[in-house]
Design a protein around this ligand. Structure first.
Ligand code: HEM
Length: 400
């Protein structure tokens, strides 16, 4: 069983990755698998292994740490803004960059955003046709987190559409040309934004980072750009699909919908269970083995790419009882949808709040919403990182 497993990321996987995860977890919990765009990664799928691997210092983010010390300095960083993104860096750079932004995303600061998020959600719902099919992803789940993160960063309304296209190209398994264009497009946009904020500061996050950068040697302009790109992508691709997957859940599960309509106070717990059961990020962004690393009796050779499958871990029966059941009353404590350790999701409080407000506002206004197509007619995106629908056609107020 040494050959690379080429059967994971293909076929029905995009729609329903969980059978493949179950097979791996039970038969080959640490396995080298082929990636759709070429190359391979070692996929770790058991809960205990994934959780331990998140805090294993031998698994690094910067590929240069896998090289002998004499080669490290000359080795190229990842191109463009990627080389300075904290999610792809290790301490001490990661620590320095994360400290600079973490204050803006604490649970307390985030909670202050609730009224604004409610207004944004209501505005989007106002604009949707109630009695004819509408794509709830394009009309609600995508623009809501996009508007929130753009306001936090200080990105003007008029520039938002381009982000959707760029960040999608970065997350999906399309060809490399799209990716290259998206990277360049985003980086160029952010460089121009930094210039604007330097001339006209506005108190939002990019402006604040520009001030830090101009005040000393704590942060380079390239790092400000990288942070902006990271927050824009991480801040909306993920949460949009949390909302999309959760709305699909309530639109197809009458008992669950009844449960949440009867007691909206249960929505936060349901959001937490959606994160465990079908979280939008099913595989954490890659790591590298700086030395040989053993999990579940299998050695991952030094230099390998390693992917921690949080989607597989969150369905591990060794950790969660009857994990395939969506049960809003279960104890979801310890789920790994936001990762674990030093790279634990910076935006977790914001994502939870957005998920809750999105679901509450939608159910409050359209308690009878239904899918506009049979569930088999829904299409999913080809992405190793996000488990996401292409579109979510619903009728908000179906005829009685
Ligand atoms: C990191 C998931 C929403 C910003 C992560 C990681 C996961 C994750 C699994 C860990 C990556 C790793 O260890 O390699 C999610 C999910 C979300 C969500 C499931 C929505 C439901 C957000 C939002 C923001 C955000 C709204 C915006 C502020 C970040 C950042 C990191 C991160 C900046 C990197 C942290 C670091 O490297 O220290 N996220 N995320 N995420 N997330 Fe989220």
């Amino acid at each position: 069983m040494t050959a690379v497993d080429a059967s994971v990321f293909e076929g029905s996987f995009w729609r329903d990755p969980y059978p493949a995860y179950e097979r791996l977890r039970t038969q080959a919990p640490v396995r080298e698998v082929a990636l759709p765009r070429g190359g391979t990664t070692w996929l770790v799928t058991r809960y205990d292994d994934v959780r331990a691997a998140f805090t294993d210092p031998r698994l690094v983010k910067d590929h240069r740490a896998t090289l002998p010390p004499e080669l490290r300095e000359q080795a190229p960083r990842l191109p463009g803004p990627f080389g300075s993104m904290m999610v792809l860096l290790d301490p001490p750079d990661h620590t320095r960059l994360r400290r600079l932004v973490s204050r803006a995303f604490t649970a307390r600061r985030t909670a202050e955003l609730r009224p604004r998020i409610e207004v944004l959600a209501a505005g989007l719902l106002d604009a949707l046709p109630a009695t004819e099919p509408v794509d709830l992803l394009a009309g609600y789940a995508v623009p809501l987190p996009m508007a929130v993160i753009c306001e936090l960063l200080g990105v003007p309304d008029t520039d938002r559409d381009a982000f959707g296209t760029w960040s999608r190209a970065l997350v999906d398994d399309h060809d490399d040309v799209d990716q290259q264009q998206a990277t360049t497009g985003l980086a160029e946009y952010l460089y121009a934004l930094v210039k604007t904020k330097r001339r006209t500061p506005d108190g939002a996050l990019v402006s604040a980072l520009v001030e830090v950068s101009d005040a000393g040697d704590q942060l380079s302009t390239e790092e400000v750009v990288a942070m902006g790109v990271l927050l824009l992508i991480a801040g909306h691709e993920t949460t949009a699909n949390l909302i999309g997957n959760a709305v699909l859940g309530v639109a197809t599960d009458a008992a669950l919908r009844g449960h949440l309509l009867a007691d909206p106070q249960r929505i936060p717990a349901a959001v937490e269970e959606f994160l465990r059961w079908d979280g939008p990020v099913h595989n954490a962004p890659m790591r590298f083995a700086a030395e040989d690393v053993e999990y579940s009796g299998t050695t991952i050779p030094a230099g390998s790419v390693v992917t921690l499958s949080v989607g597989a871990a969150n369905r591990d029966p060794g950790r969660f009882d009857r994990p395939e059941l969506l049960d809003p009353d279960r104890d979801t404590g310890g789920h790994l949808a936001f990762g674990h350790g030093i790279h634990f999701c910076l935006g977790a409080p914001l994502a939870r709040l957005e998920g809750e407000v999105a679901l509450r506002s939608l159910l409050d206004r359209f308690p009878g919403l239904r899918l506009a197509v049979p569930p088999e007619g829904l299409r999913h995106r080809r992405s190793v990182i996000v488990h996401a629908l292409e579109a979510l056609p619903v009728v908000l107020r179906p005829p009685a």
